[in-house]
Design a protein around this ligand. Structure first.
Ligand SMILES: NC(=O)C1=CN([C@@H]2O[C@H](COP(=O)(O)OP(=O)(O)OC[C@H]3O[C@@H](n4cnc5c(N)ncnc54)[C@H](OP(=O)(O)O)[C@@H]3O)[C@@H](O)[C@H]2O)C=CC1
Ligand SMILES: O=C(O)CCC(=O)C(=O)O
Length: 446
């Protein structure tokens, strides 16, 4: 292939209706292309990039289930087994009405690089369904999960493919899916991560993605002699990743002033403290209600239909969904002298927004590095399941912290610009690529 553009043209023409997948691939190809042509001829000769963009396997299936009114509902489910060169496929399941093959392929593609960065033996996969758990009863969610697992169980296993949670899939859904797997397969094994702590789950797994993103932000800030203490932080989302990113920021003495959901955001200039965050966790995880209630309860401003990027901050942590921060938002962050953007979500910045932040050389931590703490701790859950052991909170949190430091160091090693600043996008892509590509070379043409 003669150029990165020609490579991308081929990717687009093979799957023309997959814009999110194209976006994720283009970001990787753009940073890898010059490096491959400088020092990666063996990878070019072996067509590694061409193979990486082709999933090893895609499973698509019907999920029929009965709602509370007795009516049959039909959804579409998927599992993308993207690349298994360095370990069993590993990656979350997303239940959201916007789920498409394109969205899951982008997530699975990013997961390959992310899992490689963790230093653990995990290949990349992702799956989910266009099911909306919102406004469904517990019984409906259970019936859906059981139907979903009835098909998925044929394709997964503790040494084959180990799914976990993502948007719309938390402890409740993992429980229902694990129960159905156990019933159908007559096995109790580590086939899913994010399990409850009494039945095979790891301590710190719920916290891990959010905590890990803030550990990563601490490392980035330290390269400029900065600390997160006393910094003003804006966070989007109010789900799993957002909640624990906020918890870690608060514990470290930062002031978190925003959170959001898909209906709008709240701005609390006094800061969301531990008590207020506990209230949000109850609102979102138990009552499953809208964040607007926070504004009414605590008497702060609520911005319906908006995202929080215009609120002045030192650190921004997008933790909701893909493409939630565009180039206008990036300009706003730069105008407000934001010094660090760390992606808790997967691909929350548009391509143009990333380019803008990168051209100003502010600290920018891409999701495949910054939010890798979740899957890394899933890897630790798999290790505990294999040993039939439970590790302490302190041990798991310590391992998570060490892994995040190592990922940061790998980004610095491979992403240093001539002026000494760090291009974390290039660093993460190159470091993640090398391990997978070497494994593919060693394993021959497949
Ligand atoms: N869970 C994990 O361990 C990991 C998650 N991630 C990524 O982090 C992000 C958040 O995941 P997670 O916290 O687990 O998911 P949750 O379902 O727990 O929370 C998602 C949050 O994002 C909001 N949201 C979802 N879709 C949209 C949308 N289209 N527009 C605006 N807001 C939206 C939700 O609002 P509402 O309540 O209104 O739906 C909710 O506040 C995702 O990008 C995920 O891929 C990355 C690594 C690991
Ligand atoms: O813990 C896992 O296996 C999956 C986490 C995930 O889906 C992600 O990193 O995006």
């Amino acid at each position: 292939m003669t150029s990165a553009e020609a490579f991308m043209d081929r990717v687009r023409s093979r799957d023309p209706n997959e814009p999110e997948f194209h976006q994720a691939v283009a970001e990787v190809v753009e940073s890898l292309w010059p490096w491959l042509h400088r020092e990666g001829q063996r990878y070019l000769d072996a067509q590694i990039l061409e193979r990486l963009v082709e999933p090893e396997r895609v499973v698509s299936f019907r999920i029929a289930w009965v709602d509370d009114a007795g009516k049959i509902q039909v959804n579409r489910g998927y599992r993308i087994q993207m690349n298994g060169a360095i370990g069993p496929y590993k990656g979350g399941l997303r239940f959201h009405p916007t789920v498409t093959l394109s969205v899951l392929k982008f997530l699975a593609f990013e997961q390959v690089f992310k899992n490689s960065l963790t230093t653990l033996a995990m290949g990349g996969g992702k799956g989910g369904a266009d099911f909306d758990p919102k406004r469904k009863s517990d019984a409906e969610v259970m019936r859906f999960c059981q139907s979903f697992m009835t098909e998925l169980q044929r394709h997964i296993g503790p040494d084959t493919d180990v799914p976990a949670g993502d948007i719309g899939v938390g402890g409740r859904e993992i429980g229902y899916m694990f129960g159905q797997y156990r019933r159908l397969r007559h096995r109790f094994d580590g086939v899913l991560t994010g399990k409850g702590p009494e039945w095979g789950g790891s301590l710190i797994r719920p916290e891990a993605t959010g905590y890990g993103a803030i550990y990563f932000a601490q490392e980035m800030l330290a390269t400029q002699g900065q600390r997160i203490q006393d910094k003003t932080v804006i966070i989007s989302g109010s789900g799993n990743v957002a909640q624990f990113a906020a918890e870690k920021c608060i514990a470290l003495g930062a002031k978190v002033v925003t959170m959001s959901d898909s209906s709008g955001f709240i701005h609390d200039p006094a800061g969301i403290d531990s008590e207020k965050l506990a209230w949000i966790m109850e609102l979102k995880n138990v009552r499953r209600e809208r964040l607007k209630e926070y504004a009414e309860h605590f008497g702060v401003e609520y911005y319906p239909g908006q995202r929080p990027w215009a609120i002045p901050c030192h650190v921004a942590v997008p933790c909701a969904t893909q493409n939630e921060l565009d180039s206008d938002d990036a300009k706003q962050l730069l105008d407000n002298h934001c010094m660090c953007v760390v992606e808790g979500a997967n691909m929350p910045l548009t391509t143009k927004a990333v380019a803008q932040l990168q051209s100003h050389k502010i600290l920018f931590g891409p999701g495949k590095a910054a939010n890798a703490g979740g899957v890394a701790t899933s890897g630790l859950e798999m290790a505990q399941n294999s040993q039939r052991m439970y590790w302490s909170r302190e041990r798991v949190d310590g391992e998570l912290h060490t892994i995040m430091r190592k990922i940061h160091a790998a980004c610095c090693e491979h992403g240093q610009r001539p002026d000494g600043s760090i291009d974390y996008v290039a660093g993460a892509n190159i470091a993640g690529f090398i391990k997978v590509a070497n494994a593919m070379l060693a394993q021959g043409c497949l």
